[in-house]
Design a protein around this ligand. Structure first.
Ligand code: COA
Length: 279
């Protein structure tokens, strides 16, 4: 199923758009497109990964594993449970990422540590996203936000119940693309493969779950920089959502006085209750 689905998309254009900036300067008429990557792209993938690796900041070190050999990219496109997608500008690969379809807990645990999913009890699938990267000159064009969106749509079409990603806790720039696509921050921990500090991002993809904003019973605000507070709130079963969501919730419950903070993460309680408490 997964294989034939990804195969059917092999030469399809998944997205087309315009870049707004390069190296921080405005650019015009610069189009980009997104498509799945294939074996013939291995050299481009290798070259991109080398460039990304050589410009990594300390906060980006986790999960971008260095692949010294081009054969990794040649072989990875043979893995039928996953697909890499690439962003192209004038024939150059400027960004890429993968989606993996996990059909069992073991495969899922290798991707997302310390987590389980109800989906496997229901004989369903879970999608995991990874390998997110964009060349430094093209960052901030929401290219990863678009790649997350496309992967989410593919996962939904395949029938995955949920999608997950892990993000380096220090890598604030990769939180936005996930929050913007309505993922929630559900836990923090350590990746046992490299001892890197991680956040786990999750979204439910069952049709009945999507597009619905639950009114949380409790609100708390936390800056993405305030990791201790976030940990504390996560331990109390709060979930992190993007600050923008706050405005929609405020609209709903009409408590505009709460919009006083400049902080970026709103942490909400997943449980629905009528009484509202502010933490
Ligand atoms: C993480 C990464 C994939 C994001 O790609 P991207 O296409 O720039 O992502 P988006 O544009 O969708 O979102 C990036 C966010 O970082 C912000 N940003 C911060 N510094 C930036 C910079 N120097 N250039 C561009 N954007 C920057 C953007 O404004 C945006 O936040 P906003 O939507 O709140 O404005 C990219 O930075 C990257 O390749 N990093 C190195 C590899 C890596 O760390 N991968 C993730 C491992 S968890």
């Amino acid at each position: 199923m997964t294989h034939s689905f990804f195969n059917s998309l092999a030469n399809r254009l998944l997205f087309q758009g315009y870049l707004s900036k390069k190296d921080g300067h405005e650019i015009k008429e610069a189009s980009f497109h997104v498509r799945l990557l294939k074996k013939e792209d291995a050299l481009k993938m290798f070259a991109l990964s080398q460039k990304i690796y050589s410009s990594l900041k300390p906060e980006e070190k986790t999960f971008i594993h260095k692949h010294e050999d081009i054969s990794y990219y040649k072989n990875i496109t043979d893995d039928r449970s996953m697909a890499y997608m690439g962003v192209f500008h004038k024939g150059t690969l400027i960004g890429m990422s993968y989606i993996k379809i996990c059909a069992d807990l073991q495969t899922f645990s290798n991707e997302i540590p310390n987590q389980t999913s109800q989906a496997f009890d229901d004989n369903s699938f879970v999608a995991t996203f990874g390998g997110d990267c964009v060349l430094p000159a093209y960052r901030g064009n929401k290219l990863n936000q678009i790649m997350v969106r496309i992967r989410k749509e593919l996962a939904q079409k395949i029938g995955c119940q949920e999608a997950y990603a892990i993000i380096d806790r220090n890598n604030i720039n990769n939180l936005t693309p996930y929050f913007a696509n309505h993922f929630s921050l559900i836990s923090s921990g350590i990746d046992p493969t490299d001892n890197g500090p991680i956040y786990t991002m999750q979204i439910g993809l069952k049709r009945s779950n999507t597009g619905r904003i639950r009114t949380p019973s409790q609100f708390a605000f936390a800056s993405v920089k305030d990791k201790e507070r976030i940990d504390n709130l996560l331990a109390q079963n709060f979930q992190g959502v993007r600050y923008d969501t706050l405005y929609q919730i405020m609209e709903f419950i009409r408590k505009p006085t709460l919009i006083y903070t400049q902080k970026r993460v709103l942490v909400t309680h997943p449980q629905q209750r009528k009484d509202l408490q502010y933490v």
